[in-house]
Write a protein that binds this ligand. Structure first.
Ligand code: BG6
Ligand code: MG
Length: 214
């Protein structure tokens, strides 16, 4: 019996994954490196610093830590500019409906995002009160694909991992959910998210009656 749904944020509840992509692409250009959507898949779900390291590796650039911190801050400045221009209408279609069905059935709702901007984003979207537990990038040591973030969410909900289903758009996130001993619904491309127990191309296409059958 599923007792909780744990949602990733960027790319699952809202299209901030695209804003991350645009900001990384802009940074990569400074090294004459053209970041593609394909390579961007590797950046999804992982921490800001880890994402930067992946970009630099592909661009064949090696830098000292202090310089890396500066670049990560620059990228975050561009990303947060997008975020502050967002409005509640950017919440993906189907999210509010899914939340209200879960609440009606007494299934808990949690957020587990690697982003240190998650709290700001959910406040801008006006969904901060929807969650019984919020875990973000400021609260964890190891980001996805490590299961830490999902295990922390389950413990905040007082549930065991087997009671939880995770909704994820990142390969690293699917891996983390399964490593935590949870079921996982992939949001996106089934070729990329093939380890997930179910995959839909958008959260609004998740069939609610499937939840207890995953
Ligand atoms: C994840 C995104 O949710 O958060 C990653 O999928 C991002 O692309 C990571 O790098 C960290 O986000 P932030 O906002 O802390 O830089
Ligand atoms: Mg995501």
């Amino acid at each position: 019996m599923i007792k909780a749904c744990i949602f990733d944020l960027d790319g699952v509840l809202v299209d901030t994954a695209h804003y991350h992509f645009l900001a990384w692409k802009r940074l990569a250009k400074e090294f004459d490196y053209e970041l593609t959507e394909e390579i961007n898949e590797e950046l999804k779900g992982v921490s800001r610093m880890k994402s930067l390291e992946i970009v630099l590796k592909h661009a064949n650039v090696s830098l000292e830590n202090q310089k890396k911190e500066l670049l990560a801050d620059r990228k975050n400045g561009w990303f947060t500019e997008f975020v502050h221009n967002m409005n509640p209408n950017e919440l993906y279609p189907g999210v509010r409906e899914l939340f209200s069905r879960l609440r009606r059935d007494n299934i808990k709702i949690a957020l587990a995002s690697s982003s240190k901007n998650a709290q700001t984003i959910i406040e801008i979207l006006g969904i901060q009160n929807e969650f019984e537990a919020v875990v973000d990038g400021t609260m964890i040591v190891h980001s996805k694909p490590d299961p830490e973030i999902f295990l922390l969410a389950a413990s905040k909900l007082n549930l065991s991992p087997a009671d939880c289903v995770v909704f994820e758009d990142a390969e690293a996130g699917v891996e983390a959910a399964l490593a935590a001993g949870m079921k996982c619904v992939g949001i996106g491309n089934p070729m990329k998210l093939k380890e997930a127990n179910r995959v839909v191309n958008a959260i609004q296409n998740f069939n609610y009656s499937d939840l207890q059958k995953i």
